[in-house]
Write a protein that binds this ligand. Structure first.
Ligand code: PMP
Length: 363
């Protein structure tokens, strides 16, 4: 079978060596004669796995010791709710920056749980001649007291990424579901970082939460115990049975990332991959991208065929060429190539070469 490159936004492709290892040891993990899916989460072997996973993510992201790392259920949306329930209390207010679909969904969930009046929002996208760009507000000028500021540094649907550091007088809560570990960040600038796993970490369902210890003292709202950060800390993320297989695969992805040279190294490749694709799109009249250069996502490259009547043909021929899941999100249309850590440079080369041929054949 020739190579298939999977550009799905999530669940996304995982590193091939990780998948191969999982396949090899699927029926016999750690010489125990059973699958990792079939062992107790409280067995010493599984606990060793979780400890290694935590040590590895701490090393990969350079997470300071006053932060906890939690492995929780419920993906990204689970955290839309957990953040509110754990950090807002009865009287707290929060500010949400809106730069696309997911930050907007986070606002909806927050308002549902805390009430409209407790959640302030600021739209930070401006459109000039159909091109979106991010305009960050001067937050120190705002009079209001907030428990936290929420934002989404990479909007998966819209293909918008914020590379600038945000200066906030309040703890920053960041939804890094689609760009965690894709480039180096300074964790100490954040109060809390969360991510659904199914892009750069592992299978869906799992979410990673990195939370500074003082935020655990915040007044909480009543909530299901399985979403409670304090209980998760107290029980080493095992208040109830965790998604063990997802955790195992995440642990393997972390090991793979270390072998690649860590986040700094994959970040270089990620920059090259994105640049190659954007440069090609810009050089060619047949396609267009509608995001300002400074805010173009390295993880989710959105683009449109100028003649949209060719969309179905483009997708069918791409699929026949082994380039799958290029359809843009239904809410925005067009195309989207997701280039997470596991996507090799050769995948992007193959995509650019296909796009070139398709443009020449249909010009
Ligand atoms: N936030 C972002 C930035 C996302 O990309 C997604 C999923 N694509 C979510 C949140 C929601 O994640 P989940 O489907 O795991 O709830």
């Amino acid at each position: 079978m020739s190579a298939t490159y999977n550009f799905c936004a999530g669940p996304a492709m995982l590193p091939q060596p990780v998948m191969q290892k999982a396949q090899e040891e699927l029926l016999d993990w750690n010489g125990q004669g059973v699958s990792v899916m079939e062992v107790s989460h409280r067995s010493k072997e599984f606990i060793a796995l979780t400890q290694q996973a935590e040590a590895d993510i701490r090393e990969l992201m350079n997470i300071p010791s006053n932060y906890h790392v939690l492995f929780m259920h419920g993906g990204g949306r689970g955290q839309f709710a957990a953040v509110v329930n754990n950090l807002l209390g009865e009287q707290g207010k929060a500010l949400y920056l809106v730069d696309g679909s997911w930050s907007s969904s986070a606002v909806d969930e927050a308002k549902k749980l805390a009430g409209d009046e407790m959640i302030d929002t600021l739209n930070i996208i401006e459109k000039t001649h159909g091109v979106s760009h991010v305009v960050l507000p001067e937050l120190s000028e705002l009079e209001q007291e907030y428990r936290y500021l929420h934002y989404c540094p990479n909007e998966t649907v819209d293909g918008i990424e914020i590379f600038e550091e945000i200066n906030s007088p309040w703890p920053i809560v960041a939804d890094m579901s689609s760009n965690i570990m894709s480039r180096e960040i300074d964790v100490s600038r954040y109060g809390l970082i969360y991510a659904g796993a199914q892009k750069n970490i592992g299978p869906s369902g799992l979410s990673i939460v990195i939370v500074r210890d003082d935020l655990l003292e915040y007044p909480q709202l009543p909530q299901p115990s399985i979403m409670d950060y304090r209980l998760a800390v107290k029980h080493d993320s095992m208040f109830n049975t965790p998604p063990t297989f997802a955790w195992y695969l995440a642990a393997e992805v972390f090991k793979w990332l270390k072998v690649q040279g860590g986040v700094a190294e994959v970040a270089k490749t990620n920059a090259r991959k994105a640049e190659m694709l954007y440069d090609f799109i810009d050089s060619c009249d047949f396609y267009e991208n509608r995001v300002a250069k400074d805010n173009r996502s390295r993880m989710n490259v959105t683009f449109y065929l100028k003649d949209e009547s060719l969309n179905e043909q483009f997708l069918a021929q791409a699929k026949a060429a082994g380039l799958v899941a290029l359809k843009g999100h239904r809410s925005v249309g067009g195309m989207r190539a997701s280039l997470y850590n596991a996507m090799p440079l050769t995948g992007v080369e193959a995509l650019v070469s296909f796009m070139k041929d398709f443009a020449n054949g249909n010009a």
